[in-house]
Design a protein around this ligand. Structure first.
Ligand SMILES: Cc1cc2nc3c(=O)[nH]c(=O)nc-3n(C[C@H](O)[C@H](O)[C@H](O)COP(=O)(O)O)c2cc1C
Length: 269
């Protein structure tokens, strides 16, 4: 809940105006507060804390001095470079990312938005090359089973070209990536269909701005969703479902230019 330092508060009303659920009210003395009967509607988004020009408001124990002041943003052209040059990396150096890069990536997760600020996502981060091995080993076993049982022919008719290397144990799913991030959301989260993809889209851009290679992994998403054994490697909390998977690590390839994709259909009306 919020507490306001009356000696700093200018009674400007910015916190009241910006409260999305309109639970902040002005008291008789002009100081904002959340009446007890409205507390349960608070989304804990901390906008009141962030917007207060005087730094007078503490929200859920988060005081202004714990917050990073607003700083310069990437300029438009650099942001556009990032959007244009971001691409899937499928060739990775067989080494771990430096620990300070891994720490930055993990630290950035706090600011991922979720519908209704649900904020209950769970991230599994495989932070060491060796820890990817159990996932690969199980995937190779599953792939062999899918081929031998004839299921692969049904789900992926084009697999024949890769059959020999698949049976030989080539890693087509995890692509020898040294790291992986898996996002899971609770089954009852209001926006559980969107939150995980949004989370990894943000992770993707930040990672690539740090020179980290990334690749969405839809195959792994299906493997975790459909195969209990694969899922059990993640040790997810009860009631959670895998929502999205991304591979990452030091890239072993460089692209001297961006691609030139076909424009999507954009309907302006
Ligand atoms: C939801 C989703 C799932 C994907 N799954 C895989 C995957 O399992 N394996 C893979 O190599 N690439 C995967 N990709 C990468 C796409 O093939 C890639 O984004 C697309 O070809 C465009 O290329 P770019 O990312 O280099 O711009 C996936 C992308 C998305 C958005």
């Amino acid at each position: 809940m919020i507490s306001v330092d009356a000696s700093k508060c200018t009674r400007c009303g910015c916190c009241i105006a910006d409260c999305v659920v309109q639970v902040i009210h002005r008291g008789k003395d002009g100081i904002p507060s959340v009446p007890e009967q409205f507390e349960r509607y608070c989304m804990h988004c901390q906008h009141c804390l962030a917007v207060c020009p005087a730094g007078a408001l503490t929200c859920d124990g988060h005081s202004p001095d714990r917050c990073v002041p607003a700083g310069p943003l990437p300029d438009e052209s650099r942001m556009m470079n990032l959007i244009r040059q971001r691409c899937s990396i499928r060739q990775f150096k067989q080494e771990n990312l430096p620990s300070e890069i891994m720490e930055k990536l993990v630290a950035s997760l706090r600011w991922i938005p979720t519908g209704c600020n649900d904020h209950r996502l769970v991230f599994t981060v495989i932070d060491d090359l060796a820890k990817m091995e159990p996932f690969r080993a199980r995937m190779v076993k599953i792939t062999r089973f899918l081929i031998k049982s004839g299921i692969m022919k049904i789900v992926y008719p084009g697999y024949k070209r890769f059959e020999k290397s698949m049976l030989g144990g080539t890693d087509f799913v995890f692509r020898n990536a040294p790291h992986m991030i898996v996002v899971a959301s609770p089954k009852d989260a209001p926006c559980r269909r969107f939150d995980p993809s949004i989370a990894l889209t943000q992770f993707d851009l930040y990672a690539q701005s740090l020179g980290v290679g990334t690749c969405w992994c839809g195959f792994a998403y299906y493997a975790f969703t459909l195969n209990r054994g694969m899922r059990s490697l993640l040790r997810l909390p009860k009631g959670y479902k895998v929502g999205a998977v991304m591979l990452f690590g030091p890239p072993a390839v460089e692209y001297p230019r961006a691609t030139d994709p076909e424009p999507y259909t954009v309907i302006c009306s």
